[in-house]
Design a protein around this ligand. Structure first.
Ligand SMILES: Cc1cc2nc3c(=O)[nH]c(=O)nc-3n(C[C@H](O)[C@H](O)[C@H](O)COP(=O)(O)OP(=O)(O)OC[C@H]3O[C@@H](n4cnc5c(N)ncnc54)[C@H](O)[C@@H]3O)c2cc1C
Length: 399
């Protein structure tokens, strides 16, 4: 056979660069079709605008209903207008969204995995009927208030209280870093009661509820996080989530969101790697493309190796979740590993872009800045190490 490839490059290289081990062959046609729909949405609606949104610190509320129509909100939940997708499908969507920007994947996580999951898992039938269909459609926005100014990694130390006063609950306290709170219609607020920590469904129009966006952020700029104050917020007796008491309530929602993050982080990493690869092939120094230097090739290969491994971890974890056998300690494996590797990949990608890489004209440094938040929320690196350390040794080392 005659070799017609006279350029010295491998004609199959483009396919290998995208998916070296052909991991696509591990997904069903339906999973890939959903993945491709989300990828097309990101290409059309997020990529052309994300630089401007990020610079202006603008959360694009205008695309929320489109995300609802695409079935991205509460996508792993069933009934009440929710799409009822599998864990793997949810993960693929998270990956594609975060290839656009972590802020948009975070929106889907807060709305679907935190606020909607809390209501779906623990709410009364009235709560579910009242809130979930509108939230799935993107007509209503929800938030999830667990963290406080003095209670982050240790939510058991929260100071917010809910006290019974006749037929009403009265909530007082403060929350910090609460995604979407200033534009939310409903807040799931976790508070200490005489029975332990309980969740409350709080319409944000209730007197005494106030949310102020946190400014001067150097990451996650296309998303909103807020300080919340709760001053004598009076709620009817049935505002409490009836089906759970204690921290297992919020933790079970956090596990849903942490699961999505391990996929999402690989999206940010993939986008950074692809930006670096494309740049390296056209940028010339010393008379040739910088992709032709051995040191650049090592960077690209190392990035690709970790992305493929990270996707495999996420996929395996997703299959366990769909089988109903996934343990929280296993979610920590994926969250810790994939976010840690993704930050390293985004930073390495930036080096290939040189000086041009520090602007918003290229994605890697934006992704890296976003991932600084991602490694902190939903359990910091350290907290996940402690969870896994306890699993290995049987000894909790949290305090
Ligand atoms: C962009 C963003 C969005 C967020 N969205 C939400 C939201 O929607 N809802 C919500 O409730 N919260 C949200 N959070 C809050 C997030 O969950 C907390 O930031 C996180 O839990 C860490 O808490 P902290 O920031 O108070 O840090 P701290 O808990 O004060 O931790 C500071 C450092 O100390 C380390 N540390 C703490 N304890 C230990 C220990 N025992 N051993 C070793 N090291 C330890 C931590 O790992 C970390 O490195 C968000 C945060 C960010 C940045």
């Amino acid at each position: 056979m005659t070799d017609t490839n006279t350029t010295g490059t491998d004609p199959g290289a483009a396919g290998l660069a995208r998916d070296y081990l052909d991991l696509d062959s591990l997904f069903s046609a339906g999973e890939l079709a959903l993945r491709d729909r989300v990828r097309a949405f990101v290409a059309e609606r997020i990529r052309p605008n994300i630089g401007a949104w990020y610079e202006a610190a603008h959360f694009p509320r205008e695309i929320v209903k489109e995300m609802g129509a695409l079935g991205l909100l509460g996508m792993h939940l069933t009934g009440y207008g929710c799409p009822g997708r599998s864990a793997v499908e949810y993960g693929l969507a998270a990956l594609e969204l975060e290839a656009g920007d972590s802020g948009l994947r975070t929106f889907v996580s807060v709305q679907g995995s935190l606020a909607m999951s809390a209501i779906h898992k623990f709410g009364s039938e009235e709560h579910k009927q009242r809130w979930l269909p509108g939230m799935a459609a993107g007509e209503l926005i929800g938030c999830f208030g667990l963290t406080e100014p003095t209670a982050g990694s240790d939510p058991a130390s929260m100071l917010t209280t809910a006290v019974r006063d006749g037929d009403e609950w009265v909530i007082d306290g403060a929350k910090r870093w609460i995604g979407l709170a200033s534009i939310a219609d409903v807040a799931v607020i976790w508070a200490k009661t005489s029975e332990g920590i309980r969740g409350f469904v709080v319409p944000t129009a209730t007197p005494g509820f106030a949310a102020t966006p946190i400014g001067r952020k150097l990451g996650m700029r296309a998303s909103i996080q807020c300080d919340i104050t709760l001053s004598g917020v009076r709620l009817p007796a049935d505002a409490v989530l009836p089906a759970v008491t204690g921290l297992k309530g919020p933790f079970s929602c956090l596990n849903e969101a942490r699961y999505g993050i391990m996929w999402g982080a690989m999206g940010a990493a993939r986008d950074s790697y692809e930006a670096a690869l494309a740049y390296a092939q056209q940028r010339r120094q010393f008379g040739k493309p910088i992709a032709g230097f051995q040191l650049t090739q090592q960077k690209l290969v190392d990035m690709m190796l970790e992305i493929q491994k990270g996707v495999l971890v996420a996929l395996h974890t997703g299959r366990l979740k769909d089988a109903g056998t996934l343990r929280p300690e296993q979610i920590s494996f994926g969250k810790l590993n994939n976010v840690r590797e993704a930050i390293a990949i985004c930073r390495q990608a930036r080096t290939i872009l040189g000086g041009n890489g520090i602007t918003l004209d290229h994605s890697p440094v934006r992704h890296a800045s976003n991932l600084e938040s991602v490694r902190t929320y939903e359990g910091t690196d350290e907290v996940h190490i402690l969870i896994m350390g306890r699993a290995l040794t049987g000894i909790p080392a949290f305090a």
